[in-house]
Ligand binder design. Structure first.
Ligand SMILES: Cc1ncc(COP(=O)(O)O)c(C=O)c1O
Length: 485
């Protein structure tokens, strides 16, 4: 946790006063001077018509309980409370919402039925009967856990089978499973780059790529989002200094389909630059695998560049409806990763039911490519409906649609207003996206109907107007909307 002001300082004063509220001095059973001060302070606030926030009220209740038990919150708890207050004040506090039932086009959220527009279960396979049956059968036949790391006792036949199928599907010689996309990125990047190497990373790459770069200890050079000229100038600076750069590995790493922006990396140009500057190219297909039309083989395969990319990473947790991830590449490289990727070596292998579910999903994807086309159609329908309702979104069939708002509090207000009207589209705020670019990130599922898409777009329009946002000022960054800070 970042260093915070202790409770007794500055912004912590309110919390401090409230923390003492209701507390009795154990010796005299009189309120302590701090508690009295707190009461006075709360009276002042009440006189000014200022209500404590729900978070503060919750914290207060918690503290009262502790006080009643004669228990002081620990310094760490007090620090945590101060940190939460700061987040709430900035509109950056996060809460989980309770979903009942599977991640379908509609869900019961905190007990209310809403259209779900923020799940990455793009093809609905997480609750497909065939996939669920495969997971259940694997649990009965093979157990629920894999017992250990792949290198100790965890490599089961089911892992090897899925690795063969994925390598074939993606079009590479070999494949290695990881526990999750996050683990795959930190494991692969930190295995391939080390101190003295240099990584060129797109400004909007996913957090797991950023963390992998940090973990590697390599120098990291960030190029502007999708800006091939900027990347080229950074590579040129690097290669110009031959003496400095000799023996130094260069790595370019990018999402293929950007998770929060729904735009695509310029893959042909990245491949050309990697070749010209003898750089390794790593592409993360988390949101493209299984989801990009026509066949769901990912953006790299669609651009016919599989052989030119050194490592393709993907997750089993989104379109493939399960949990886990993979890295695909040449056989020697994958074998090397098996020996060097610490997030694989030192972590339990993915459980058999998850692997069986992903295997079944992959088979469905192969036998029912219509699923991918349905996703593209649903995305087109949502984008059209949003445009008809005045939002600034492009005409395309990409299933991720960001509605850029600007400030975190505006994004939260829009999310809440849409939810009250029956649409769940999550507000995405810093640090997930840069300051001033908070948004609703809409993601489509192949099972969304055109009627649901039209209703959702109309609701989003009403919600935007209700919170004072003009729909034409809300939409995709690619539509010329400048971030508002
Ligand atoms: C581009 C990208 N890579 C990796 C991940 C992490 O994948 P997982 O959820 O399997 O850990 C995500 C998750 O959102 C992602 O968007």
């Amino acid at each position: 946790m970042a260093a915070e002001a202790p409770l007794s300082q500055g912004a912590g004063l309110h919390a401090d006063a409230r923390s003492a509220q209701g507390k009795l001095d154990p010796a005299t059973l009189e309120p302590s001077p701090l508690a009295e001060e707190a009461e006075a302070h709360l009276h002042q606030l009440a006189a000014l018509g200022l209500e404590p926030s729900p978070l503060t009220q919750e914290a207060q209740a918690h503290l009262r309980q502790l006080a009643a038990l004669g228990l002081e919150p620990s310094p760490l708890t007090q620090e945590a409370q101060a940190h939460l207050h700061q987040l709430a004040a900035l509109g950056l506090e996060r809460r989980v919402r309770l979903v009942s039932g599977p991640q379908g086009p509609e869900v019961l959220l905190d007990g209310r039925r809403v259209i779900l527009l923020c799940s990455n279960n793009y093809l609905g396979l997480a609750s497909h009967q065939v996939v669920c049956d495969a997971a259940a059968e694997a649990a009965h036949a093979l157990g629920t856990g894999s017992g250990a790391s792949r290198l100790i006792s965890g490599t089961m036949e089911i892992h090897s089978q899925l690795e063969r199928s994925l390598a074939e599907f993606v079009g590479t010689e070999a494949c290695l499973l990881f526990g999750s996309g996050y683990l795959a990125n930190i494991g692969v990047i930190s295995a391939l780059a080390r101190r003295g190497d240099v990584i060129f990373s797109d400004q909007l790459n996913h957090a797991s790529i950023i963390d992998g770069c940090r973990l590697s200890g390599a120098q990291v050079r960030i190029y502007r989002h999708l800006d091939v000229s900027h990347l080229e100038s950074l590579l040129q600076e690097e290669t110009a200094c031959e003496e400095h750069s000799s023996g130094r590995r260069r790595i370019i790493v990018t999402d293929s389909l950007f998770s929060m922006d729904g735009d695509l990396a310029p893959l042909p140009q990245l491949v050309a630059l990697a070749q010209r500057h003898r750089a390794v190219l790593i592409v993360d297909e988390a949101h493209a695998i299984g989801a990009l039309a026509p066949l769901g083989r990912g953006a790299v395969a669609e651009a016919r560049l599989t052989r030119q990319v050194d490592v393709l990473i993907g997750t089993l947790g989104k379109a493939l409806g399960s949990y886990g991830a993979y890295a695909c590449g040449s056989s020697p490289l994958i074998h090397c990763l098996l020996n060097t990727a610490r997030s694989l070596i030192f972590s339990t292998a993915p459980p058999p039911p998850a692997i069986a579910a992903a295997s079944a999903a992959l088979q469905l994807l192969r036998s029912e490519p219509q699923l991918v086309r349905d996703l593209a159609s649903a995305a087109k329908a949502l984008r059209l409906a949003l445009r008809e309702n005045g939002f600034a979104v492009a005409e395309s069939d990409v299933h991720i649609v960001p509605l850029l708002v600007g400030g975190a509090e505006d994004a939260l207000a829009l999310c809440q207003a849409a939810l009250e009207r029956g649409v769940f589209a999550q507000a995405i705020r810093p640090p997930t996206v840069p300051q001033g670019t908070s948004r609703l990130r809409l993601s489509v599922m192949s099972s969304h109907t055109p009627a649901q898409m039209q209703l959702a777009a109309a609701v989003l329009r009403q919600a935007a107007l209700a919170v004072g946002l003009a729909p034409q000022r809300v939409g995709e960054p690619s539509q010329g909307l400048a971030p508002r800070r």
